[in-house]
Design a binder for this molecule. Structure first.
Ligand SMILES: [Mn+2]
Length: 328
């Protein structure tokens, strides 16, 4: 049975005539796929719907948006295009992660619609719609399209499939369900090639990333045989000609060892700004640890931004993570 909140959400979105769809900083295949599918459905319903992201998608995931429908906020000459629109945020419930676009959300939030699948959100079915059982935002949007009666096409099928594959880790993470596979099967019938897609998503990293890993693993720290972490310094990335997005997914490897319950990647963004990405296995819920630092996400995949240097962040966060592990 479909979640009845999906129909409520569809109605809410269709109340609007002018919409701005967005996601989070460093758009990923799920955010981008969800935006493209939502835009296609809204335009089919005669709506004026644009996609504007706080920054462009990383080069390696541009294949999700071959027609470059997503506009880049930072490079917009005429921002009047953004005025007077409902703001629909997909795959993200943290307003801070839409950067300058925040200023277009009205004070009373009456023009804001949040659609997300992260855990721990307070849904109100007015402006916040949460579907934490969905493995991806693309799965949520697929359901909306189906309820709306949208006729699927190859381009939208590919975009949605990319998001589903990326966010379920190729159908292996915990939120993967029979429905996820049903949706994927329907999308494949529009000509999506699953091998090509998986290759584009998972096997497309620059050679320098291998060299970064060499450095990271030589400094890997393992605590109590169950928590592993490494640190990426800005200078290491720069020396290898890599950018922040090239660290994507590195943290997942840490929990490939059977005794490691939690893996953490600390990334130095700026001298006093460290990003903490956490992955955990099974019932190991790390949300409490990141929430202590204002972060969020899913119980097995979450993160936070710590406003301190990377070594201080390690000192603050690792004991908190170990405490959280004790409580699991
Ligand atoms: Mn997602």
């Amino acid at each position: 049975m479909r979640d009845p909140a999906l129909s409520v959400l569809l109605e809410r979105v269709l109340e609007e005539d002018k919409l701005l769809l967005t996601t989070h900083r460093t758009p990923d295949p799920d955010g981008l796929g969800a935006e493209l599918a939502m835009q296609a459905m809204l335009q089919w319903r005669g709506k004026d719907a644009i996609i504007v992201n706080p920054e462009p998608a990383p080069e390696r995931i541009r294949f999700v948006d071959p027609e470059r429908r997503a506009l880049d906020m930072r490079n917009m000459k005429d921002r009047s295009l953004l005025d007077g629109r409902a703001i629909v945020i997909l795959d993200n419930s943290d307003l801070r992660r839409i950067d300058d676009l925040q200023s277009y959300v009205l004070e009373d939030k009456s023009n804001l619609i949040i659609i997300d699948h992260h855990d721990g959100m307070q849904a109100d079915q007015k402006s916040i719609f949460a579907f934490p059982n969905c493995g991806s935002s693309c799965e949520i949007v697929y359901e909306l399209l189906e309820i709306a009666g949208f006729t699927m096409n190859p381009a939208i099928a590919a975009a949605l499939y990319a998001g589903i594959v990326a966010d379920t880790g190729n159908f292996r993470y915990r939120k993967t369900t029979a429905r996820t596979h049903e949706i994927a099967a329907k999308l494949l019938r529009f000509g999506v090639n699953p091998a090509d897609m998986a290759e584009k998503i998972f096997e497309n990293t620059p050679l320098a990333r291998l060299l970064l890993k060499k450095k990271l693993y030589s400094n890997l720290i393992i605590e109590q045989g169950r928590l592993a972490y490494f640190k990426v310094r800005k200078e290491d990335l720069e020396a290898l000609g890599l950018s922040m997005e090239d660290t994507e997914g590195l943290v997942n490897e840490l929990i490939e060892s059977e005794s490691i319950l939690t893996g953490i990647l600390f990334t130095e963004r700026q001298p006093q700004l460290t990003k903490v990405s956490v992955r955990s296995r099974g019932d190991t819920n790390m949300l409490a640890a990141v929430q202590k630092f204002g972060g969020g996400g899913h119980k097995n995949a979450c993160g936070a931004t710590l406003y301190m240097d990377i070594d201080a962040a390690v000192k603050e966060f690792v004991p908190e993570a170990l405490r959280c592990l004790d409580e699991c």
